[in-house]
Write a protein that binds this ligand. Sequence first.
Ligand SMILES: NC(=O)C1=CN([C@@H]2O[C@H](COP(=O)(O)OP(=O)(O)OC[C@H]3O[C@@H](n4cnc5c(N)ncnc54)[C@H](OP(=O)(O)O)[C@@H]3O)[C@@H](O)[C@H]2O)C=CC1
Ligand SMILES: Nc1nc(=O)c2c([nH]1)NC[C@@H]1CN(c3ccc(C(=O)N[C@@H](CCC(=O)O)C(=O)O)cc3)C=[N+]21
Ligand SMILES: [Mg+2]
Length: 281
Amino acid sequence: MPAQLIDGIALSQKLRGEIAARAAALTAKGKQPGLAVILVGEDPASQVYVRNKVKACGDVGFHSVLEKYEADLSEAALLARIAKLNADPAIHGILVQMPLPKHINPHKVIEAISTTKDVDGYSVLSAGELMTGLEGFRPCTPYGCMKLIESTGVDLRGKHAVVIGRSNTVGKPMGLLLLQANATVTICHSATPDLGVHTRQADVVVAAVGRRNTLTADMVKPGAIVIDVGMNRDDAGKLCGDVDFAGVKEVASHITPVPGGVGPMTITMLLMNTVEAAERL
Ligand SMILES: NC(=O)C1=CN([C@@H]2O[C@H](COP(=O)(O)OP(=O)(O)OC[C@H]3O[C@@H](n4cnc5c(N)ncnc54)[C@H](OP(=O)(O)O)[C@@H]3O)[C@@H](O)[C@H]2O)C=CC1
Ligand SMILES: Nc1nc(=O)c2c([nH]1)NC[C@@H]1CN(c3ccc(C(=O)N[C@@H](CCC(=O)O)C(=O)O)cc3)C=[N+]21
Ligand SMILES: [Mg+2]
């Protein structure tokens, strides 16, 4: 029997309804949630994501500002803009779209954002809170993946979860969230000699690599849950994930599509963190 589709658009709609209600309550108290999005440079994919984020803000009743700068913006000028937004009472969340041009140090930029406004969950403090099990902003993509897994109704306790990829924004925090949910966690990466040895043991696979067809049907245990974070293009220029969807959907019990899976949920969890930030401030 082919896998059940985990619909990131439907789940997003449901959660965004709840977010919109919380935003309306705050707005009625004179505290409309506000998100600032900063984009430096012309990367076409970043333009699309940033546009989606700003549009989503409008849909849930947030105030939003989009600041676009040329790729040659100085690091000092960017840090000065962040300082302004840190002090702006109408702004509760600040997102600087990654990647940044090479002359700008991303760590410096992330740490310049007020920790109360770090809705990406990228700061060292947020990472430490996640690691320690303290409350804090969780990175939006792994947070969204957890919501997608939860939506299947499968309890992660005692399950074996395999994450492919170990970036600070996706793979590593994904592993920590799965661990917090009492899964047994394996994290694979480019030095893993044989991915299939690990993924074939997995009750849950999260693929976050950035290379299409990284996970194929022969690498998946029948009945596994498969979450595809990858955003790639196939030979025809069509958007695709890291997972061979056509093959794997015949083996898995649940699977996310690309597009329409993790991507929309990333934006939804950004909205969730922002409404949370506004409620806290
Ligand atoms: N849908 C969404 O909302 C989002 C999608 N993405 C997408 O997810 C993908 C991953 O993003 P991100 O984590 O930022 O990417 P990075 O490039 O930062 O990390 C990729 C990870 O994959 C590992 N890797 C590379 N090649 C292999 C391989 N052959 N076998 C096993 N592991 C490998 C790397 O290992 P090593 O550490 O050893 O180099 C690294 O840990 C990209 O396609 C990105 O576009 C990202 C964020 C949000
Ligand atoms: N500071 C920062 N925060 C981020 O959260 C961040 C970032 N930088 N840099 C890049 C990655 C990538 N990312 C995506 C967001 C939405 C979709 C998304 O909406 N995807 C749609 C399709 C989009 C399309 O049509 O191209 C989908 O999968 O259905 C994808 C990827 C956030 N990121
Ligand atoms: Mg997707």
